[in-house]
Design a protein around this ligand. Structure first.
Ligand code: FMN
Length: 141
């Protein structure tokens, strides 16, 4: 049974499109080797990432990612076994909502803002955002 881990964090300094593209290139190659799939949402310095795969692989990768100095305030919002992968076709799907005015972007901003107000663990709000993210991924930033 696949294991799914979703975390949120904040970029230490805002990531430029070039830095995001570099990050994606490395992550996609590495995740493909590991059999990990998932997606990364970026919104004005806020990050949400979903990782899915074998539990030990996902947990070990999360430990590496959580130590990465490019972001901080890293906190798991949801983790556990799932019946099937939500991002099976994506070694790392991506969406940058920083300059986006869509309803989805507004929902994402509200999610990140309420995270600060209500604390870290908001699994149902995160899950709604993950579902919206599934329908709005791009192959390259
Ligand atoms: C927001 C964020 C998300 C990341 N996601 C992944 C990921 O999904 N897969 C991955 O291999 N590395 C990811 N990384 C990078 C790792 O922290 C680390 O730099 C990388 O795995 C090390 O690669 P190396 O083997 O080339 O040293 C992420 C880093 C950041 C800042």
């Amino acid at each position: 049974m696949p294991y799914d881990l979703t975390y949120v964090s904040r970029a230490t300094t805002p990531l430029t499109p070039a830095q995001l593209a570099d990050l994606l290139r490395v992550c996609r190659a590495h995740n493909e080797e590991l059999g990990v799939t998932g997606a990364l949402l970026y919104e004005g310095g806020h990050i949400m990432q979903v990782l899915e795969g074998d539990q030990p692989t996902v947990e070990a990768l999360y430990e590496v990612i959580a130590q990465d100095p490019r972001h901080r305030e890293v906190a798991v919002v949801a983790a556990g076994p799932v019946s099937r992968r939500q991002f099976a076709d994506w070694s790392m799907g991506f969406r940058d909502l920083s300059t986006d005015r869509s309803e989805f972007a507004q929902d994402a901003r509200a999610f990140f803002a309420s995270r600060t107000l209500l604390g870290e663990r908001r699994p149902s709000a995160a899950q709604r955002l993950v579902l919206a993210l599934r329908h709005s991924l791009v192959a390259f930033p």
